[in-house]
Write a protein that binds this ligand. Structure first.
Ligand code: ATP
Ligand code: MG
Length: 742
């Protein structure tokens, strides 16, 4: 492709062209319904910048010119890493491999993590080093459980770490600059933001104390949770002039997809990066906002963007290119139920067909069998498997579906399934790598210090903690045990210790001789692994861990041992694949140079791998799964932005779609359920099945749900209107399958 190549404009309608060709210096907002080409326009805009306006995708970073010293100037934020990868592929076709390579595309979390890797040490009083770890949900919950039991003497059985974590997360996303804010202020902000959370004063104080303890532990462990990734990056940009200038000068063009689902801190991040130049291009759809429960603020797209970015222009797209007219009609009827809907129009470009089917089955097993059978039939009729999706409201609905697909022999993959990375053996193996990289990581150290068992029991652990607490550490904080045990200086002859003395004497550490021996064996083991780490890829390092710890024998001895060992082998093969952080390019060119067919070795490779694992836990799945030629099973939330030839939405029942717990909460939550179903329906290009079953067993409880009220809405829209024609919905033979009118 060269300048003057206009292929990215081919077939675009007038509004789409207007958005793509808008003046370079003006902030631009594209508002439009599903399937109207927002994502396509965003890609077109990047293409236009490079091919037409001659924006060099990368620039020389400093006056000391070197051909390798160039940085990319275009930043594209997408909602998932998979979306980032797809965008890159489309850009490769439009602007060529070299140019596409220079574009940074990734999620908010992956971009933020990369920025912090470089600069978090510059954030004052934050106490984190660039080798920080990212704690996922499992880690943060383990940490909270430990805090609540050990520090707050709560009964082990009664501890609800998930609930506490939810509130911490809600508080962090409700507060504008939460870095370093004490718990007492955080709790006030939380109460303001969520008035329907019932908090009496005692609970408030307790929450504040737990919050402070949680933050202190993260800090001592050199760890950040997912919320911190964003808030720390914003704080860094706000507080450090040089860092801010670096990124502002660097990313001259900032583009954001799915802007309606940005949170407070994500919005702040965009504003910090793009405000001075105003060369920012955002696309989104108010009617598809489905993440307010996770802190997303529709106000960002509705009003804040226009308030902050002076002279912002808005383009609206109104034609749906994705779906047939019948599907669009059904979707419009559903979103019509929302009170807060935008006045956006949506007209189908494709003619209608007989393409919305409502299917009723006896129970979820029959429903799953129906989906598997129809998917197989569609495949026989020539629909590629990866163009078929089965959607549901909650993750646990995937189980019977998976089983049915296995029985029917139809290739399938569950997207957004984090079960693999939360398995105990996987978390244990990964914990070894994390401690090697960052000995301060207390959650990971607690996992591995006696796994496999090596005679370091709870008693010894307590004595060790007493010992490390007594050691000096910065800002009067107790020294993290991992830092005390594994820091390299213990073995340094300059410290008066012999090369062989891994640790101070048993007496000094308050241990008995046997316990001291076990602990120093562990330290020696870790020190040897550290040497291995220098020259190995992450996969090789896991193999070394397994070998030197006897991990394989330990696993095989357990129940389902072979299966567990199988998971470790899979982890090794994942770790041997190049660049686990797909879709997110290195921010710096020197990293690009090593970007590669094999994973990097040493700390760098390990960091990339661990970051990839941690970020996957935040959203989605291994991206190569998503590319596989198989039917995709996922929640409607995860399906946002995607499109498929044939879509099944299962569990179209009252109290599931819309979800029960949300119905109670009030109109706003109900509206979000409406929007979610709207997102689900509009994923279908050609054929849509809406499935419900008469009986459903959830959490061991059998219910006989009514059909989703949305089914009647759709039926009225498609059949009603006094049209004398027979139902547009082809009823799959059995009249029972019709939803009863409400
Ligand atoms: P969503 O809100 O679901 O993310 P979107 O607005 O981002 O949807 P796209 O995914 O960009 O929509 O486009 C939907 C489909 O319509 C894609 O297959 C895209 O290639 C196609 N499309 C968009 N605009 C045109 C056009 N002008 N001509 C032909 N096809 C188009
Ligand atoms: Mg899109």
């Amino acid at each position: 492709p060269q300048r003057g190549d206009q292929s990215h404009l081919e077939g675009m309608n007038d509004e789409q062209r207007a958005a793509i060709l808008a003046p370079i210096a003006a902030p631009m907002k594209v508002l439009a319904g599903p399937g109207s080409g927002k994502t396509r326009v965003l890609v077109g805009r990047v293409t236009h910048l490079i091919n037409e306006l001659g924006v060099p995708p990368s620039q020389v970073r400093s006056i000391h010119w070197s051909p390798y010293d160039r940085v990319g100037v275009i930043l594209c934020i997408t909602f998932t890493n998979k979306a980032a990868k797809e965008m890159k592929e489309r850009l490769v076709a439009n602007v060529g491999v070299e140019n596409a390579k220079a574009i940074t595309a990734g999620t908010f979390h992956s971009v933020a993590a990369r920025m912090l890797r470089k600069d978090v040490h510059a954030l004052e009083n934050y106490g984190r080093g660039n080798d920080f770890v990212i704690y996922d949900e499992t880690d943060t919950k383990a940490l909270l459980r430990k805090i609540l039991v050990e520090k707050f003497k709560e009964e082990k059985k009664k501890v609800d770490a998930g609930m506490v974590k939810g509130r911490i997360s809600a508080a962090k996303s409700a507060v504008d600059h939460c870095v370093g804010v004490p718990g007492s202020r955080m709790v006030r902000a939380l109460v303001d933001a969520r008035p329907n959370l019932k908090f009496d004063p005692g609970v408030k104080n307790h929450f504040a104390a737990v919050y402070d303890e949680y933050e202190a532990n993260l800090r001592a462990s050199n760890a950040l949770d997912f919320d911190d990734l964003l808030s720390a990056t914003v704080a860094l940009l706000k507080s450090s002039g040089p860092v801010r200038q670096h990124y502002q000068q660097r990313w001259r063009h900032v583009l954001v997809d799915e802007f309606q689902d940005t949170s407070l801190s994500q919005y702040e991040l965009i504003r910090e990066l793009a405000l001075p130049r105003g060369q920012v291009f955002v696309v989104g759809d108010v009617d598809q906002a489905i993440y307010s429960w996770r802190g997303a603020e529709v106000a960002n797209i509705r009003t804040k963007f226009d308030d902050d970015f002076f002279g912002a222009d808005t383009v609206m797209l109104t034609k749906n290119y994705r779906s047939t007219a019948t599907i669009v009609k059904a979707a419009r009827a559903v979103i019509g139920e929302s009170l807060s809907r935008s006045p956006l129009e949506l007209d189908a470009v494709q003619p209608g067909g007989k393409d919305v089917a409502v299917v009723a089955t006896e129970d979820e097993v029959e429903e799953a069998e129906f989906a598997a059978r129809e998917a197989a039939r569609a495949a026989r009729d020539g629909v590629p498997l990866k163009e078929i999706a089965v959607l549901y409201r909650t993750h646990h609905q995937s189980r019977p579906l998976e089983e049915a697909f296995v029985r029917a022999g139809v290739p399938h993959v569950v997207i957004g399934d984090t079960a693999f990375y939360t398995r105990k053996e996987i978390k244990d193996a990964v914990a070894y790598l994390r401690v090697l990289l960052n000995p301060r990581d207390s959650v990971s150290l607690a996992r591995i210090i006696n796994t496999p068992p090596r005679k370091i029991g709870p008693g010894t652990l307590e004595k060790l903690t007493t010992w490390s607490d007594s050691l000096p550490w910065d800002d009067g904080m107790p020294q993290p045990l991992g830092a005390a045990l594994l820091r390299r200086t213990w073995a340094n002859p300059d410290q008066g210790l012999e090369e062989d003395d891994v640790l101070p004497s048993a007496k000094e550490m308050g241990l008995g001789a046997a316990a001291h021996k076990s602990v120093s064996n562990f330290c020696r083991l870790m020190r040897d692994l550290e040497v291995v780490m220098e020259g190995s890829t992450p996969g090789e390092l896991i193999e070394a861990v397994v070998k030197s710890t006897g991990f394989k024998e330990y696993l095989i001895d357990q129940e389902n041992g072979d299966e567990r060992w199988g998971f470790i082998k899979e982890l090794i093969s994942i770790a041997n694949e190049p660049s686990a952080t797909d879709g997110m390019d290195s921010l710096e060119p020197e990293d690009d140079a090593t970007a590669p067919a094999t994973p990097a070795t040493g700390e760098k490779g390990l960091m990339d791998f661990l970051e990839g694992v941690a970020l996957l836990m935040s959203a989605e799945t291994r991206s190569e799964d998503a590319q596989a030629d198989a039917v995709k099973l996922m929640t409607m939330h995860v399906a946002k932005g995607l499109e498929f030839d044939t879509v099944f939405i299962t569990g179209c029942e009252d109290k599931l779609i819309p979800m029960e717990s949300f119905q109670k909460d009030g109109r706003e939550e109900m509206d979000e359920e409406v929007r979610l179903f709207y997102v689900g329906i509009t994923r279908a290009k050609r054929k849509l099945f809406l499935c419900r079953s008469a009986k459903r067993t959830r959490f061991g409880l059998t219910t006989y749900p009514d059909p989703s009220p949305f089914l009647a809405v759709i039926r009225d829209a498609l059949v009603g209107g006094g049209a004398a024609k027979p139902p547009a919905i082809p009823v799959p033979t059995d009249p029972r399958t019709w939803p009863r009118t409400a």
